[in-house]
Design a protein around this ligand. Structure first.
Ligand code: ADP
Ligand code: ZN
Ligand code: ZN
Length: 721
């Protein structure tokens, strides 16, 4: 008997094991999706091992014969054996169910999920055989198909509806169906490779000759890292191997994509979250069928089905979007390094502000380190910090005099300006003018932001919108204040001060439509606007030669967050935003507005001093026992019942504290999110493997119990606020 082990996702139960099914009748094979019956429910599963089993005892489940597989959904395995093993490794690494890892890997059309989507199919005509008694015209049409190969039905019919039908009847041609072929991507404008400067050549040489598999390329903004990536990619492609280039966010992708396509016109696959499901599926197939040898993409592109990968580049390696914040909570960097080991290829981690973890590893020699200390144009922008405490109260308090004056100068000189404010909406809260009550989201326990353009209040956590209220629910007053400011108010203020300026705003509210990012960036790139206002979206990667002034507003606001990484993130944001200024021949300037100008993240950021920041922040991490000196695992318990998360967390903490092998912090209550109450434990240790091993045991016991809160596990969490 043939027995298939099948991974399944149950809509309710959190299962993490294979189930045996009878695979005698159908061609179930490893890596294909199947439909099986599970407790009377038809569920999509993913096939693991299939084996001949002689022992009749093993063909029984609980004394009954194995149920048959009901249908096989795929003609061929969806993933390579390497990806199959990767999913299992990833499940252990992130303490997630194996099936969730398969799902994370595959484009949604192929995900083994209970709610399955259809793949678009097209009908085709396929040549079968010649026939002795054909008219010359019939023979002509048949020969055409023979030459053409399998052809879409409408094109086939166009040859002659009557003749094509006759040929089918005679058995010379058969109709079949296939998945819709990938749309051929448009070629970009061809671009020449720039000759590398001496620094870039040194870096390429260091990378190529290093014995380390993982190389950290620490290069200041505008030092020509992208050019280095492209040269390395060309070498690898010339050896007939594949290249993967990972970028953090879709807003960054247009420029990187244009550059890569310009250099390597025909063979680029693009993979990011803004593609629709069919497009993602097509790109996945292009790599599977070896039609594309370079992939440029965001986080999930790390799972593309390569078979002879020669290089992985992870640009802006410090960026938090490389971490997935839902199950399975993997980090793209870990997956990239693991896959590179399998292929024996190099990983380049590039950044102007490497994560503390990566830089510490490079200093220890775990990774190789190579650096570009100067910009290609040899000039870093001049930064000025403005103390906002000293700005006179009579002003709106948004733009300092210094910044206003510099903006006016840029407008006169027809240069461009970027203004960064990491908060969207009009104002971050609405307050009763009488009693001071702030309006909160009823689902999330956080303040609602005011959005003037739609005249509504919005929750930035769950996205729900509410009409403005006119009467305070607490005291009945009718006066409200909207203190503070977000990008909408900033845009309004800039328009008021500079009525002649053309202004674009880029934040989550202006980019929700498809292609909106690209349109905005193109407009700014073609100098159809003078000032770009936006959130952290505009801080990274953009390379616009006309930008000679960057203003960073409320630069130190992030340091108030309780998260242990908030200072690092503040520093990164200042460095990255400053890096957008003066990238071409005209020197750039940066104005940093802060309430605490002496904060070391602001001071080091304004001096573009990465290593100064690194050593200082490492001291704090050391004192607090935080990464990279320790490893953390966050356990978040959530439930619609207010008491249950805490009770579950207490049970779990008790079970973990039996061991004494590591620290268990908490439980601490988190704010309610989308009507779910939450409680969190944080585990801390220098030995991650041991911590995971103990946790897995307790987890098994936890999952076997009833009425427990939902538990999500985050190994090496990025954010803990
Ligand atoms: P980074 O990725 O480090 O921020 P980029 O690769 O975007 O830097 O390079 C910054 C600017 O310098 C770009 O406009 C790029 O075209 C230009 N540049 C990079 N390398 C060279 C080179 N070797 N010769 C001339 N210009 C270069
Ligand atoms: Zn009130
Ligand atoms: Zn909410």
């Amino acid at each position: 008997m043939r027995v298939a082990k099948v991974w399944i996702e149950h809509p309710v139960l959190q299962l993490d094991q294979v189930y045996s099914y009878d695979a005698l009748q159908l061609p179930a094979e490893k890596g294909k999706r199947v439909i099986v019956d599970f407790n009377g429910r038809q569920i999509v599963g993913f096939v693991d091992e299939v084996a001949e089993v002689e022992d009749p005892a093993k063909t029984l489940a609980k004394g009954r014969p194995l149920k048959p597989i009901l249908a096989v959904l795929d003609e061929n395995a969806l993933i390579t054996p390497e990806l199959f093993d990767l999913a299992k490794w990833m499940a252990k690494d992130t303490l997630s169910p194996v099936i969730s890892c398969f799902q994370a890997m595959l484009p949604s059309k192929l995900k083994p999920k209970s709610s399955n989507q259809k793949i678009k199919m097209e009908q085709i005509a396929v040549y079968v055989a010649d026939h002795p008694h054909l008219t010359p015209r019939q023979k002509e049409v048949l020969d055409w198909l023979k030459q053409q190969g399998p052809t879409g039905l409408s094109l086939w019919r166009k040859q002659s509806p009557a003749i094509t039908r006759t040929l089918e009847k005679l058995g010379c041609v058969r109709l079949d169906s296939r998945t819709v072929k990938a749309s051929v991507p448009q070629a970009a404008q061809a671009e020449a490779f720039l000759p590398l400067n001496a620094d870039q050549q040194r870096v390429v040489h260091e990378i190529e000759t290093s014995s380390k598999a993982v190389m950290l390329l620490h290069g200041v903004t505008g030092s020509g890292k992208t050019e280095v990536y492209l040269h390395l990619a060309r070498q690898v492609l010339n050896q007939g191997k594949q290249v993967l280039i990972l970028v953090p966010e879709i807003s960054l992708t247009p420029q990187m994509v244009a550059r890569v396509k310009g250099r390597f016109p025909t063979e680029v696959a693009i993979y990011h979250s803004a593609l629709n499901n069919q497009q993602k599926y097509e790109q996945y197939c292009r790599v599977f069928e070896k039609q594309a040898s370079i992939v440029v993409g965001t986080r999930s592109a790390v799972f593309m089905p390569f078979d002879h990968l020669g290089l992985i580049i992870l640009d802006e390696e410090h960026d938090s979007s490389y971490k997935q914040d839902s199950l399975p909570q993997y980090h793209c960097r870990d997956i990239a390094i693991h896959r590179a080991q399998y292929f024996g290829c190099k990983v380049i981690l590039g950044s102007a502000t490497p994560s503390l973890e990566s830089y510490a590893r490079a200093l220890k020699g775990v990774y190789g380190l190579t650096e570009l200390k100067e910009r290609v144009n040899r000039q870093l922008p001049v930064c000025t910090v403005v103390d906002m405490k000293n700005q006179s109260r009579s002003q709106s308090g948004i733009l300092s005099d210094e910044l206003k004056q510099k903006i006016a100068e840029r407008l006169d000189r027809k240069e461009q300006v970027i203004l960064l404010l990491n908060r969207r909406g009009y104002s971050p809260l609405i307050k009763c003018g009488q009693c001071g009550e702030t309006l909160q989201c009823p689902h999330c326990d956080v303040a609602l932001s005011y959005h003037k353009s739609i005249n509504k209040m919005k929750c930035h956590l769950c996205g729900s919108e509410y009409p403005l209220i006119t009467v305070c629910p607490k005291c009945g007053s009718r006066t409200f204040a909207a203190p503070g400011y977000g990008t909408q108010k900033l845009e309004e203020e800039v328009a008021r001060l500079f009525p002649q300026a053309r202004i674009l705003r880029m934040d989550a509210d202006t980019t929700s439509r498809k292609q909106a990012h690209q349109t905005l960036l193109e407009q700014f790139g073609h100098h159809e606007a003078d000032i770009l206002v936006g959130t952290q979206m505009i801080a990274k990667g953009l390379d616009y030669p006309q930008v000679t002034l960057v203003g960073i507003l409320n630069a130190d606001a992030g340091t108030a967050r309780p998260d242990f990484r908030s200072v690092e993130m503040t520093f990164d944001l200042i460095m990255q935003a400053a890096g957008r200024s003066g990238r071409s021949s005209t020197p750039g300037e940066v104005i940093i507005q802060a309430f605490d100008p002496n904060h070391f993240a602001v001071a080091a950021g304004s001096q573009q001093d990465y290593s100064g920041f690194f050593y200082q922040e490492m001291q704090y991490r050391h004192l607090g026992g935080y990464p990279p000196y320790t490893y953390l695992i966050a356990l978040t318990f959530s439930d619609s019942h207010p008491e249950r998360p805490k009770q579950s967390a207490q049970w779990f903490a008790q079970a973990l504290r039996q061991t004494d092998a590591f620290k268990v912090l908490g439980p601490s209550d988190l704010f309610k999110l989308q009507d779910r109450y939450r409680s969190r434990l944080v585990l801390k240790s220098k030995n991650l493997d041991q911590m995971k091993a103990v946790l897995s045991q307790v987890l098994e016991e936890y999952r076997s119990q009833r009425a427990q809160a939902h538990l999500s596990i985050d190994v090496n969490p990025l954010i803990l606020d």
